[in-house]
Design a protein around this ligand. Sequence first.
Ligand code: NAD
Ligand code: IPM
Ligand code: MN
Length: 357
Amino acid sequence: MKLKICLCPGDGIGVEVTREAVRVLEHVVRKFGHDLETSEALLGGIAIHETGTPFPEDTRVKATAADATLMGAVGLPEFDNWPPEKRPERGLLGIRNALGVYANLRPVRSYKALLDKSPLKNDRIDGTDMVIVRELLGGLYYGTPRGITGSGPEQRGTNTMTYTRAEIERVTRMSFELARGRRKKVTSVDKSNVLEVSQLWRMVVTDVATGYPDIELDHLLVDNCAMQLVLNPKRFDVVLMENTFGDILSDEGAVLAGSIGMLPSASIGDKLPSGAWVGLYEPVHGSAPDIAGQNKANPLGAIGSVAAMLEYSFGLKDEAAAVNRAMEDVLNSGRVSADLGGTASTSDVGTSVLEAI
Ligand code: NAD
Ligand code: IPM
Ligand code: MN
């Protein structure tokens, strides 16, 4: 198979972890007899420095021409006080929107070798295996009106959490389809005791569920969900929620997995005529300015995102399994990075995964 991939390493540790993810991708492609063609594109802070904008047209062209895009992370401290529309993070919102990837799948699982790395008790987290499905193109991130208006005591900041029925339906269907290949349970998370947008969310999810009688559905309020995630994570299979709730709760999931550096993600849109899904693959973590440039970031979230890409965008299940198995072997061997209590560098971990494959 020919794999046409656009690479957007972005900023900070995004560059370091993407380098290892690409080494792993090249290795798998070679080993399984596929053909890889990559393009590299600017996104985030580096794109602002080189072109003046966080999501240049050249990046849009390259990403939309590729079968799938692999992203590292965006964000640089020097832009911290810039307005949202000019910041590196806006580049990520731009590429997600341009690709139409509305469902962000964030698998959270506990690894045996990492049980002691979590501050939570082992028996609480052992056996945790869930996928957070975060709606990615709506809600507060894109809603209007937005902005800061006025001055003095009347100066006002506004964002709008808004969803249409169609936006809720498509991500809900994706969640139920995903549950069919898993433990057949969907938990929908909302704030319907306060927010109208959440009342519509719950209504639409309940409507869609009638088409999936084989899947169990329950609803949780988001505040309770934040608590249940650490009290009883094993109760969750597919956990569906809107954009901002998903951003926040998936970082909480990192505590179950042992480190934010462990979490991969797959952002999926509609199916292409070829039958493949449009996909953007990115670790959940950010550019980590506190450790950037030190070759100590954990690349496994990025490497896991390569496995997700092989599976979802190309249907290459054996290849994806080979990467996932190698990651597990490396965790068991103890050759892990500092966030997991080890001494291995970013590139050491990448090399160990290559060797294990
Ligand atoms: P962050 O995820 O970058 O870092 C949070 C903490 O986790 C830091 O202590 C960091 O060192 C650690 N960490 C993160 N990834 C790690 C890894 N792979 N290995 C080891 N340790 C890791 O979040 P932040 O500090 O809140 O944000 C920093 C910048 O990244 C901001 O500009 C933010 O907007 C951006 N950001 C980008 C993305 C993305 O591109 N998807 C995601 C989150 C944050
Ligand atoms: C994430 C990040 C992004 C988000 C930022 C950098 C725009 O936090 O992917 O979780 O909020 O979606
Ligand atoms: Mn986030």
